[in-house]
Design a binder for this molecule. Structure first.
Ligand SMILES: Nc1ncnc2c1ncn2[C@@H]1O[C@H](COP(=O)(O)OP(=O)(O)OP(=O)(O)O)[C@@H](O)[C@H]1O
Ligand SMILES: [Mg+2]
Length: 206
């Protein structure tokens, strides 16, 4: 299965390659243009603006909520019918210290608001909060991708591992482009989503 895209690409590998290249270029523009500075860190709106900016040339759904239920591995992200309420609650979560910020990040990952590109956009969103509240960011070049993914998979149950991992990666080089861009690197993994059904939703809504 391949996602419908604005590039007219029908081959999954080709799409992954194009998507990575374009979103990376857009991420650099996002960083250098000052666009991020106008966003209100920690809001859902700021995340959807980041997502839209990164993916608007590739997907029609850039910046828009997904319209299907999605799962990765054994984990089901927030069901569609609870998604908007969840986003409101997450937005209201405090973000005044490191632990609170990571707890908010973990919840936003559980929401997984978009059809694709949640990882990249949410890592930028996280950096925006860390920068505003603590004047720190994550140096993604120091974060082992395998360990990050294992910690993220574990995070809905227990968030201590992702907290330890990201804390080790904190830096005060908040304006360093190379520190920031590593978070947008090639998909941390290429596993796609499974679409699941819930009893309460008819097939036509999925
Ligand atoms: N089993 C899982 N349970 C919880 N979270 C997961 C799981 N697998 C992946 N994740 C999170 O979802 C992100 C991937 O989401 P998605 O594929 O939408 O984003 P992406 O930007 O395309 O990819 P990537 O983060 O790999 O660059 C991962 O970075 C990780 O944070
Ligand atoms: Mg992906």
């Amino acid at each position: 299965m391949i996602l419908e895209n604005k590039l007219g690409i029908t081959n999954a590998v080709e799409l992954a390659r194009a998507e990575e290249k374009i979103s990376k270029t857009k991420a650099l523009q996002l960083f250098t243009s000052g666009f991020l500075e106008n966003l209100n860190a920690g809001t859902f709106h700021s995340l959807s603006e980041i997502h839209r900016y990164l993916f608007e040339d590739i997907y029609e759904f850039a910046g828009k909520l997904r319209t299907v239920n999605i799962a990765k591995g054994n984990f089901r992200f927030v069901p569609l019918m609870y998604l908007e309420a969840a986003l409101k609650n997450i937005e209201a979560m405090p973000q005044s210290n490191f632990d609170e910020i990571i707890e908010k990040y973990v919840e936003m990952n559980i929401a997984h608001p978009f059809r694709e590109g949640n990882g990249r956009s949410t890592r930028i969103w996280l950096d925006l909060i860390l920068k505003k509240e603590l004047n720190l960011v994550v140096d993604w070049s120091c974060i082992d991708k395998e360990n990050y993914l294992l910690a993220m998979e574990r995070s809905p149950v227990k968030d201590v591992e992702i907290k330890v991992l990201l804390k080790q990666g904190l830096t005060d080089k908040v304006n360093d482009q190379s520190v920031y861009i590593k978070g947008i690197d090639a998909s941390y993994h290429y596993e796609g989503y499974t679409i699941y059904k819930t009893e309460n939703l008819g097939d036509d809504q999925l």
